[in-house]
Each structure stands twice: as C-alpha cells, then as structure tokens.
Write a protein that binds this ligand. Structure first.
Ligand code: AMP
Length: 223
C-alpha cells in the first residue's frame, strides 16, 4: 500500500499518519524528518537544508526532489507513506513521473481538510499539562477547554510551547500549505485531477472532529 498524506500544520496529520503507518506497516517517508536527521548528523545535505529550514522556507527542489526519489527507490518493495512531500506542483509532477517510470502504484492520496482559522487556533490554543503531556487542553476548543488556568483532566499546571506561539512562523507555513496556485494544496489537487481520471484514489477527510472521530472516518474510507 502506497499513500500520500496532506494536511496543514495543526490538522492532526502526524497522528493520523502514525495510525496509517501502524495499520499497513508502511515505511514513513517524512521529508522534514529526513532533513532534520541529516542536520543532526552534520551531512552535506543537512548543511544545505538548514539555512532554508531555519527561515521557514522550502528547501529548493534541486535538493528535495532527488532526495525523495532516491528514498522512494530504496523502499520500492515496501509500502510507504509519504508525508511532507510534495509541497508544490513541480514536486508533484516529478513524483508522478517517477512512480510511473518505476511502476509503483499510488493507492491513496489523503487530504485532511481543515480551515486555516481552526488549524491556527489548534496550534496557538494548545496548552501542555506539567503532569502528563497527553492530557488534551486547548483554550480555543470548547470540548477540551482547561479548567480556569489548570489542566481539565488532573488540575495540573499548564504552559504553552514557545514554538506554538510563534504566530509569524505558523502563518508562513500556512501560507505555503493553503496556496492553491503554487503551494501544497496545488500539489494535492494535481493528484485530485489524476483521481478524477481513475489513476489513484483521493480521500478528503474532514479534520474538524477529535482524533478518534477523524481516525474512524479515515479507516472507513480505506476499506
Ligand atoms: P516539516 O517537518 O514537514 O514541517 O518540514 C520542516 C521543513 O523541512 C520545512 O519547513 C521545509 O523547510 C523543509 N521541507 C520539508 N518537506 C519539504 C518539501 N517537500 N519541499 C521543500 N522543503 C521541505
């Protein structure tokens, strides 16, 4: 099973991706993760990618596309979940070309739908419980609103992660994601058009519910 997963920052893409990976035993090919790993190891690729990542810009296609195609080749015999790629139409086209050349099937393209406003509130409203980081608290989501200033589950102290409060960085990432002409959504729609021609299956998943609800919908669609 080969899947591409799209979703804005704040949509629960990471959570749903883990679910898909577990269920189908997929190799998780996450471009941001590959770049971070290379930065950690101090490789040439990592050095090149870092300056772009630090600014919140996309790493140039000349670096990103060959890196992803190489990784896909290495996993040609496994099922894979592609996460964080493509992010523009050129990447989408190159990917499709490479899949066809190597006879790899693209079973599903999953797009998690979430409004930009909700995605931003999910990130900026998130509060972390000092007792247990898994306790859900968000000052903008009614169902998981903290109790006053404290964790709604255990009454523990809450804090906000500093990167969740960097509104400029969040906006920059969302500008790239929600750009339907030349950004990530444009690349998702490239596959939506292919699905209309019967060349892959495109699943639009309403990301507005809680984790369990979205998960249930996703599994129902994949049957
Ligand atoms: P992520 O963890 O997916 O948010 O990716 C972190 C950073 O890695 C991004 O902000 C980009 O700088 C870079 N990156 C990840 N995927 C891509 C891609 N498909 N094209 C270009 N840059 C990417």
């Amino acid at each position: 099973m080969n899947i591409i997963l799209f979703g804005p920052n704040g949509s629960g893409k990471g959570t749903q991706g883990s679910l898909l990976k577990e269920k189908y035993q997929l190799a998780h090919i996450e471009t941001g993760g590959i770049f971070r790993e290379n930065i950690g190891k101090g490789t040439e690729l990592g050095k090149k990618a870092k300056e772009y990542m630090d600014r919140g810009d996309l790493v140039p296609d000349e670096i990103t596309i060959p890196m992803v195609l190489e990784t896909l080749k290495a996993h040609a015999q496994d099922g894979w979940l592609l996460d964080g790629f493509p992010r523009n139409p050129a990447q989408a086209e190159k990917l499709w070309e490479a899949l066809q050349k190597s006879d790899m099937k693209l079973d599903y393209v999953v797009e998690i739908l979430l409004s930009r406003k909700t995605a931003k509130e999910r990130i900026m409203g998130r509060r972390i419980c000092a007792q247990d980081p898994n306790h859900p608290n968000n000052i903008f989501i009614e169902a998981i609103k903290p109790q006053g200033e404290a964790c709604r589950v255990c009454g523990g102290a809450l804090s906000a992660r500093s990167d969740d409060q960097n509104e400029q960085a969040i906006d920059k990432r969302h500008n790239i994601y929600y750009d339907e002409k030349s950004g990530t959504l444009a690349s998702a729609y490239f596959f939506k058009d292919l699905a209309a021609q019967g060349k892959t299956k495109y699943i639009e998943l309403d990301g507005a519910g809680n984790i369990a609800e979205v998960k249930e919908k996703l599994l129902a669609e994949l049957k």
